[in-house]
Design a protein around this ligand. Structure first.
Ligand code: ADP
Ligand code: ZN
Length: 302
């Protein structure tokens, strides 16, 4: 019998759980993120019937998370701004009820892995997968390895200069209107304009401002990490017109300084949407599990 894998993409707005034998046979369910108690119970209920056949469950979670197995808080979502979710033992809670090996990493590291394996980044050694959704986060691959380092990258909390016409006080409880997430996450857009991001018309100034903030952050990443490409995922990027605005503004902000042809004539293939669409995260979680079972993976440096 073929091996059955489980995967969880834990997001601030929605959770995705899946079981199957591989990327082409992977049955998914999605449900909204409520309290940790309710939401993790739904996760446990989903996997319980498969417990005997499951080989592993890979978990890609919103962060910050503790990834150091020797740490007391290993497997926890730690200092998240998401209400009710700080210091949640996500791994321990699942482990208590579902007795299979668990693999654990950030949602964006998982998505970066999947795009490297099956998606837009198959030819890149240095790239970023950025999500702009409930929060903003990025998975970084550098020299062909997924970066973990001290903790894991937190690209959403880089400082950004505020737009002179923006009076919004910011959504990040740690950095207020000083960081990327505080200014440009889905909830920041909703609070600034007093309506859900998805209900703002395409010609609203909100999108110019949004593109400006994303492009400023990307300029920082281009200059510090020198990626060969950047993948932009997450709910906010579902606005189809946004990526074009970001490409234009990134060129504008870089102002011709970095002399790479990709940034001049190849912007359409430099800043891209995920090839795997909204499945990047859950397929990445599947890969995390497969790597845990199978050992090595070229992108995985842990
Ligand atoms: P999660 O953060 O749970 O992974 P998403 O990446 O879908 O989930 O992010 C959810 C955020 O994205 C919400 O703030 C929501 O308002 C915003 N969002 C979702 N769809 C759209 C859309 N089509 N246009 C603009 N914003 C969207
Ligand atoms: Zn912040």
């Amino acid at each position: 019998m073929s091996q059955l894998y489980g995967a969880i993409e834990a997001g601030g707005t929605k959770f995705v759980c899946a079981v199957g034998t591989g990327p082409d046979d992977f049955r998914e369910i999605r449900f909204p993120t409520f309290t940790p108690e309710q939401t993790l119970q739904q996760v446990i209920d989903f996997f319980a019937p498969f417990q005997k056949e499951l080989q592993v469950i890979g978990i890609g979670s919103f962060g910050p998370i503790d990834l150091h197995p020797e740490s007391q808080a290993y497997g926890y979502i730690t200092s998240t701004p998401k209400a009710g979710w700080a210091n949640t033992d996500i791994l321990g809670t699942i482990k208590k009820h579902i007795d299979v090996p668990l693999a654990f990493d950030t949602d964006v590291n998982a998505a970066a892995l999947a795009e490297g394996e099956w998606g837009a980044a198959q030819d890149w050694q240095d790239y970023i997968y950025l999500t702009i959704g409930t929060g903003i986060g990025g998975g970084v691959v550098s020299g062909g390895k997924l970066v973990h380092g001290l903790l894991h990258p937190e690209l959403g909390h880089c400082l950004l200069p505020k737009h002179p016409e923006d009076g919004y006080r910011g959504k990040c409880p740690y950095h207020h209107d000083q960081c990327f997430e505080g200014l440009a996450s889905g909830p920041a857009i909703a609070e600034r304009w007093q309506q859900a991001a998805q209900s703002l018309p395409a010609d609203h100034f909100a999108w110019q401002l949004q593109a400006d903030y994303i492009a400023k952050a990307l300029m920082g990443f281009v200059c510090t990490l020198s990626p060969q490409g950047i993948i932009l995922g997450g709910g906010v990027m579902e606005q189809q017109h946004l990526i074009g605005l970001v490409r234009d503004k990134l060129k504008q902000h870089l102002n011709g300084y970095i002399q790479a042809p990709r940034l001049i004539d190849g912007m359409d293939s430099y800043l891209v949407r995920p090839d795997l669409g909204t499945r990047a995260g859950i397929l990445g979680a599947l890969l995390l599990g497969q790597i845990k079972l199978g050992g090595k993976h070229v992108l995985y440096s842990n």
